[in-house]
Design a protein around this ligand. Structure first.
Ligand code: ZN
Length: 387
């Protein structure tokens, strides 16, 4: 019967060990893999290391590291567990694995750079468990969501479902701008609000709903009209803007301010039984002005008159906006950049249309002048009001 020492020697005979300094000199080359227990990892780790405890390696590693040819440097506290882990990885088909001699302890003693990883509380691990099970999200992604700031324009039909799902997903800071009060006629679709909050400021009602659902979320409220005078200050520091506004002048204003600040806008709109959504990623894809250079005449523009809408349609489009927001934050999948998704509730059908950047776009085109943030008139026209 082999002793633990025999097993270790056998493992070491089949793997390559590397000095910490050789790894530190080529940090860009290696994917660092920390196989220690969570409490060890939380106290300090190598910068950018992936953390998979040794006991979970066989079951979790393929979800975290799919490229079996990538150079991997494994470490533990002293170099023993990482030697076994390196052997296991080789057995699983990973072709370029090394174990760091002396592990994290030697790394630290040698004065090499390490960090204290941002980790989640045990309550958060329970709350976001189903996200953590997704390798594409995982602890790193969830932590990123918790550090993210998303601004919702409007706590109405689209803002309500988007806000609820983004809060549930653990977006750490959610800003909401809305200057209305809750009205009984809102409740058919604006599911952030309740009958006992009729008459309350919408931003306060929204804050009550979101913090009751997830105490991790900090809700910042702006009980104001979004205008040229405040938009740049309000947008400052947000990672993504979720646009649920219902009129052309505000959308042009939002577009220009977002371009200036370089913040992606997840756009949604609804009318009767139809909705649409797209993502405007500044200077990567088209902007709102590329897609709609001129609004329809006021009498034909659905947003300029009070139109009927199937309440649940808001839930579908607002939820698509929440999905796209999370994809943008986590750089996941194929966001709706340069694609307009349309939904017809009566046909129960989705369609996507390509939207291209317009080289002559007055806002993001090649020869566009400096962006001006200006007020627009109430006639749904994209022209600045001359004052
Ligand atoms: Zn444009």
């Amino acid at each position: 019967m082999p002793s633990p020492r025999d097993l270790l020697n056998a493992a070491k005979a089949e793997i390559v060990e590397i000095d910490p300094h050789d790894v530190a000199a080529r940090l860009d080359h290696f994917t660092l893999l920390d196989v220690r227990e969570p409490d060890e990892y939380e106290q300090g780790a190598l910068p950018g290391a992936i953390h998979v405890p040794r006991g979970q390696l066989e079951f979790s590693i393929e979800g975290r590291l799919s490229d079996k040819g990538a150079p991997i440097a494994v470490y533990c506290a002293g170099g023993t567990r990482s030697a076994f882990a390196a052997k296991t990885l080789q057995d699983l088909g990973y072709r370029d694995v090394v174990s760091i001699t002396g592990g994290f302890n030697k790394w630290k003693d040698d004065g090499l750079v390490w960090t204290t990883p941002r980790t989640m509380t045990s309550d958060q691990r329970i709350r976001y468990h189903r996200h953590l099970l997704l390798p594409e999200v995982g602890e790193a992604g969830q932590t990123k969501l918790l550090d993210s700031k998303v601004l919702l324009l409007g706590a109405g039909g689209l803002g309500s479902p988007a806000a609820l799902y983004l809060a549930a997903a653990g977006i750490g800071t959610i800003g909401i701008i809305d200057m209305d009060v809750v009205d009984a006629s809102n409740l058919q679709r604006q599911i952030l609000h309740t009958i006992d909050r009729v008459g309350m400021r919408k931003v306060d009602s929204a804050r009550a709903a979101l913090t009751a659902m997830n105490p991790d979320v900090k809700v910042l409220t702006y009980d104001a009209r979004l205008g040229a005078d405040n938009i740049l200050d309000i947008f400052d520091g947000y990672d993504v803007i979720v646009d649920g506004t219902d009129n052309f002048p505000t959308r042009y204003l939002v577009n220009d301010a977002a371009l200036l600040k370089g913040i992606p806008v997840v756009h949604g709109s609804i009318f009767r039984f139809e909705g649409q959504a797209t993502v405007f990623n500044p200077y990567v894809g088209p902007c709102y002005r590329c897609m709609i250079p001129e609004p329809p005449p006021a009498e034909l523009a659905p947003s300029c008159v009070e139109a009927g809408v199937l309440g649940v349609l808001c839930g579908i489009i607002g939820s698509i906006q929440a999905v796209e927001t999370i994809k943008m934050l986590l750089e996941l999948g194929d966001p709706l950049v340069g694609r307009l998704l349309t939904y017809d509730a009566l046909e129960q059908s989705f369609r996507t249309f390509k939207v291209r950047r317009d080289p002559s776009c007055p806002a993001c085109g090649e020869n566009a002048g400096p962006i001006q943030i200006a007020e627009y008139d109430d006639l749904c026209m994209p022209h600045a009001v001359l004052v």
